[in-house]
Design a protein around this ligand. Structure first.
Ligand SMILES: Cc1ncc(COP(=O)(O)O)c(C=O)c1O
Length: 491
């Protein structure tokens, strides 16, 4: 590396072995020296010839760098007198952050932004949501996915794509996919729907955000299951909703408690098939009470049916939407659990009269999700691969659940009481009163056990401590080992 001798300004270094071109190194060196105030406006610069000699390089990169600096206004040339640092540069220039090249650090002082994300930023760290390891929530067994079939279908659509797959399309989504979904939902989930009512979205999270935009003005009250799903809480908070926690008991959402707290809420968010996180199924009488309240008060029901395909002791429970006779339910489903989360594909079944609103808002947001995987999935469903995959995974998850329940009973019998294990990919273990579940979770995360504390699912005061254990993405041997490690942690 050659350095121009100090005293001959500025200190610019060039490294011939670097992959950065020489002209760029000289340009960067000067620009940085000016921005850092090591060079001041009006200071004279060496001639290109003498700088090239000093650096022992050809004159061409020096000329190119000077030309660029002149074009950008860092240098100015005075006829017959040489080149100078531009005298018009302000005295105070922001200093570049050397630790993060490329990023512009903010200057101190007020920076006006929306206050909506503040509530999300204020949260305590949630280490159990990151990384990989035993019992991490919301993880299906992605290694069991039928990749050979999938890649064949992807290749089919990529080799000779229809024009309609490459151009702008319908904000509601790719029509053949919506038709396949409608047939599936009518049969498997007793949802009353036509393809025209189905909007394809990038996961339930977007469905929630979109529903909030269409249904709510800021400040409107929404019933939330307590304990409940943080993703829904976040989406509704971002929409400015006022969250009203409504307790969940063995029959699901306590509708009478909701009515007592906020009878005029605009909407209720529920997971009736498999309550998140407690795992209870909403009873028939609660379903009818909820629908009755919605009809009488003009409220909307957001039904999040996120994992009910996996039910182990009976057939899947029919959707709440299928009981609705007043088109008050928005039914949200996702492929995150059924296939894999990175697909980012889900759907909303929208009451027919709201379709134009949803469609217009969608178009204003991100227009529609990428069409390729929708086309692939249309074939995946129509050719029977989804049904096959679901049957296989139901057996696999049932086995993982049994291994987990047995291991908990054997190793942690007195410590952890299992709840909500009849469906889905997670169960809850309640802990004796007085234990601090968040503290246990933080300690567990250090040892790569991803145990979500039950208390993290409450808006208000938790009813008691507990741990939520995901088993979908945890192999049986890891489950047994994980429970033993948990026993050591708890004792
Ligand atoms: C209650 C609930 N709803 C929805 C989802 C799925 O979200 P998404 O479709 O955005 O991946 C999850 C996630 O894991 C969940 O637990």
């Amino acid at each position: 590396m050659r350095r121009v001798a100090p005293g001959i300004f500025p200190v610019v270094s060039v490294d011939r072995r670097s992959s950065t071109p020489l002209y760029r190194q000289i340009y960067d060196g000067y620009r940085e020296a000016i921005v850092e105030r090591r060079l001041h406006g009006g200071q004279r610069l060496p001639s290109t010839r003498s700088l090239a000699t000093e650096l022992q390089i050809s004159r061409i990169p020096v000329l190119n760098a000077f030309e660029q600096l002149l074009a950008e206004g860092y240098f100015e040339s005075r006829v017959g007198a040489g080149t100078y640092v531009a005298s018009s540069l302000p005295d105070e220039l922001p200093a570049p952050d050397r630790a993060t090249p490329g990023a512009t650090p903010p200057r101190p002082g007020p920076r006006a932004v929306s206050s909506r994300p503040d509530a999300l930023l204020r949260r305590e760290p949630e280490p159990w949501l990151g990384g990989a390891g035993a019992f991490r929530m919301n993880q299906p067994a992605v290694d069991q996915f039928p990749f050979p079939v999938w890649s064949g279908l992807v290749a089919r659509h990529c080799r000779n794509p229809q024009k309609s797959l490459l151009n702008y399309g319908d904000p509601m989504g790719h029509r053949p996919f919506r038709e396949a979904l409608a047939a599936y939902l009518r049969t498997a989930r007793a949802v009353r729907c036509e393809p025209e009512q189905i909007m394809v979205v990038s996961g339930s999270q977007q469905a929630l955000e979109l529903s909030a935009r269409v249904l709510l003005e800021p400040g409107r009250a929404v019933w939330m299951e307590e304990p409940g799903y943080g993703g829904a809480r976040d989406a509704l908070t971002m929409a400015g909703a006022q969250l009203v926690p409504v307790p969940v008991d063995e029959e699901g959402l306590d509708v009478a408690a909701g009515i007592a707290r906020r009878p005029k809420a605009r909407a209720a968010y529920v997971t009736p098939s498999h309550q998140y996180p407690l795992g209870v199924t909403m009873s028939a009488s609660r379903r009818l009470q909820l629908l009755d309240w919605a009809q009488r008060s003009g409220a909307w029901i957001i039904e999040d049916d996120y994992d009910s395909e996996y039910r182990y002791e009976s057939l899947p429970i029919a959707s709440l939407q299928g009981l609705d006779r007043d088109a008050r339910v928005l039914y949200i489903g996702t492929l995150s659990k059924v296939l894999f989360p990175a697909l980012r594909l889900g759907y909303i079944v929208i009451p027919a009269d709201l379709v134009p609103r949803f469609s217009s808002v969608r178009e204003a947001m991100d227009i529609f999700p990428s069409t390729l995987y929708q086309a692939v999935l249309a074939d995946f469903i129509a050719e029977g691969h989804l049904g096959r995959h679901l049957r296989k995974m139901r057996l696999l998850y049932r086995e993982r659940r049994s291994v987990l329940v047995d291991a908990i009973r054997k190793e942690l019998g007195g410590m952890l009481q299992v709840r909500g294990d009849q469906a889905g990919l997670h169960l809850v273990g309640t802990l004796p009163k007085g234990l601090r579940d968040r503290r246990i979770s933080v300690a567990a995360a250090r040892g790569r056990l991803w145990l979500m504390p039950l208390s993290a699912c409450f808006i208000g005061a938790p009813s008691g401590p507990g741990l939520v254990l995901g088993y979908g993405g945890t192999a049986p041997t890891e489950i047994v080992d994980g429970v033993r490690r948990l026993r050591r942690l708890l004792t």
